[in-house]
Design a protein around this ligand. Sequence first.
Ligand SMILES: Nc1nc2c(c(=O)[nH]1)N[C@H]1C(S)=C(S)[C@@H](COP(=O)(O)OP(=O)(O)OC[C@H]3O[C@@H](n4cnc5c(=O)[nH]c(N)nc54)[C@H](O)[C@@H]3O)O[C@H]1N2
Ligand SMILES: Nc1nc2c(c(=O)[nH]1)N[C@H]1C(S)=C(S)[C@@H](COP(=O)(O)OP(=O)(O)OC[C@H]3O[C@@H](n4cnc5c(=O)[nH]c(N)nc54)[C@H](O)[C@@H]3O)O[C@H]1N2
Ligand code: SF4
Ligand SMILES: [Mo]
Length: 718
Amino acid sequence: MEKHYRTCHLCEAMCGLEITTNQGLIENIKGDKNDVHSKGYLCPKAVALQDIHEDPNRLKYPVKRTEEGWQQISWEEAFDLVEENIKRIRKNHGGDAVGVYTGNPTTHNTGTILYLYDFINSIGTKNSYASHSLDQLPQMFVAGEMFGHQAMFPVPDIENTDFFLVLGANPLVSNGSIMSTPNIGAKFKALQQRGTKIVVIDPRRTRTAQAADIHHFIKPGTDVFLLLAFVHELLMHNWVKDSHVLEISDNIVGLKELVQGFTPEEVSQIVGITAEEIKALIQDFVKAPKAIIYGRMGVSTVKFGGVCHWLINTINILTGNMDVPGGVMFTLPAIDLLKALKKEAKQLRWRSRVKQLPETGGALPTVTMADEMLTPGDDQIKAMITVAGNPLLSAPNSNELKKGFEQLDFYVAIDIYINETTRHANVILPPAAALEVIHYDFALSIVSPRNIANFSPAVFPIAKDRKYDWEILIELQKRIEQGNILSLKLKHALLGWLTAERRIDLGLKIGPYGIWGGRLFKGGGISLKRLKKQVHGIDFGAMQSCLPKRLFTKNKRINLIPLEIIKELPKVLQALEEKRNDQEELLLIGRRHLRSNNSWMHNYPRLMKDGDKRCTAMLHSEEAQKRGIANGDWMEVSTNVGQIKIKAEITDEVMPGVLCIPHGWGHHDKHVHLDVASKHAGVNVNELIDHSIYEEMSGNAVFSGIPVKVKVFAETAS
Ligand SMILES: Nc1nc2c(c(=O)[nH]1)N[C@H]1C(S)=C(S)[C@@H](COP(=O)(O)OP(=O)(O)OC[C@H]3O[C@@H](n4cnc5c(=O)[nH]c(N)nc54)[C@H](O)[C@@H]3O)O[C@H]1N2
Ligand SMILES: Nc1nc2c(c(=O)[nH]1)N[C@H]1C(S)=C(S)[C@@H](COP(=O)(O)OP(=O)(O)OC[C@H]3O[C@@H](n4cnc5c(=O)[nH]c(N)nc54)[C@H](O)[C@@H]3O)O[C@H]1N2
Ligand code: SF4
Ligand SMILES: [Mo]
């Protein structure tokens, strides 16, 4: 029997696990009680790591799609096929004809974090897309405008706060996003015991809302008005607090004019919260010695997600709650990815061809990927490379995007499954995954409320003829990168020499706690060798005040009114007017489940025991009654772009006027090889979502607040 200590890579919480194996088989997976970060906590998904490891559907060798079905081929043949086709398409149509889409797991995988950016650069395309434009792009865009770096995320110092205001996040289920916080339920209880007040604003009474002291329903997509009223109140009552961050913030004078007219009384009816409640909320927030306003998906994937996140940052600054304990702070991770990505963290350098949507950090918004595939002309996408992504389930307007994938000249996927997207590929290159790979969390260490580091060796070795993701990416880069032959030879030799472990070691050594760097860590600093000895991880302590030094803006100051915001505000005003004459359609919102993870974890028996009950459309009893819908009825839900058939779940957990459907389902395509998921197919909510509606500042997808028509389905479906 052997015990392995390992960080779970499945979500942002970074829980430490204790995995017991016996003769190459997993005996059990438990929370590691001694892990410096999670202290024994784990969620049900961690146990399914065993299912991922043992899943017979998981690909281990390259496959090629043929008339007769999928055929296993050698790595050499697979790489040859990719090289030949990418080079051909690039030669005939130019670099932009090759599109790339990188999905959510790339942020959680050491190999892809380390080698993917170089690989994408080697393709020489502007058509690069990523799942973060279905998610936190507005937050990144605003961080870029205000702090000079898209990854400079303000992270709640949750354990030390007196007031925690949560908008559009459900950390008790998501386990914290842009706030890596395992066991947040227990943290909430501890906070409440010491008198901290927790308020949740969400159109659904989620688990997080239930655990809070106060929950307010809010009409989907209207937080921007509530937040403007918040700033209005702060300025009108002179509740702005002096702080070192306020001192380095410019243009505060202009704010007053921007929020003029957005009084609690004005916005109350539109947001669905009384003016008295809004005022009380703001007063309580201001009175608290330390307070945090925190928002995630529900205020990001909305029409004015960027403005919402600008307002959230602004409120934290104006109330003296930025860069101080108990407020929002910035991490200083052991490997400083922010410094490493300084050059890449630019925005607005180019725009997409068809809709002129902006570039951020080298990528274009995923909502326009279908346009770029389907609109003829120079630079139209003819070939695709996807890495750990399933955009046909996760991006808006799946039917349109599917047309795009169907007409590609060539498509290669680096993925471990034949799923709804990769089934369109010509070739799939599957890397070693989950327990077969080393793990160091570069990205999520940036958003952890404490500065921590943990290195996990692989639990299982892989067969000699299999490959790690970095080996696949390096090989492809070597074959398709263009440039001076000599310098490429040198570069590629270096790529091979700088193995993942060497890169981690170097990053740690030159980092702030490293033996060559800041040595902020006792005993002369860390290296990979030293980190490896600490199998439960190292905690370098709480976040520390770091402004203005940590800012990436040229003048080391924060612009409180970025130009892009000024351009956006007239649209907010216009929307306010439109909302006054809102028609009575239901507004769509999403829902995450503790045992789902976006689209890709429905193939694991341990997580799917209640799989058939999860993909339902929740609506309030008043709305059901109006439409003659009974619990469990099949309903037809439609928009201008699609229509789905889904079971009604009548619950007063959601506010009237709302329809709540989870994403990541719809595994009924007979071409997918997902034996368990196919049995609990569910439906794909993204068939309903129009890709021509987007967050206009950054081009992020809009999943919340989309009007939908609902009626009972005539005959009972099977
Ligand atoms: N309607 C609606 N849509 C949404 C959302 C929503 O709330 N509502 N949420 C959005 C959000 S926040 C996100 S992040 C996106 C996610 O969007 P995507 O990233 O496109 O989708 P995932 O479901 O995460 O797909 C992950 C893919 O990675 C593969 N994979 C898993 N592990 C590995 C690995 O180790 N290596 C490789 N190479 N591949 C691997 C899986 O097989 C799968 O194909 O979805 C978005 N879509
Ligand atoms: N179990 C599980 N954990 C996950 C994931 C998963 O799929 N399953 N996915 C991971 C990923 S990729 C991400 S990005 C994170 C997301 O992490 P979170 O953002 O914490 O999770 P969500 O469940 O998307 O929470 C969004 C909340 O916003 C609410 N909401 C919707 N519209 C509005 C609105 O207009 N205003 C307000 N105020 N609220 C609104 C929704 O009801 C929902 O409760 O979770 C991660 N963790
Ligand atoms: S909360 Fe996230 S990191 Fe922790 S065990 Fe669950 S999936 Fe893994
Ligand atoms: Mo996400």
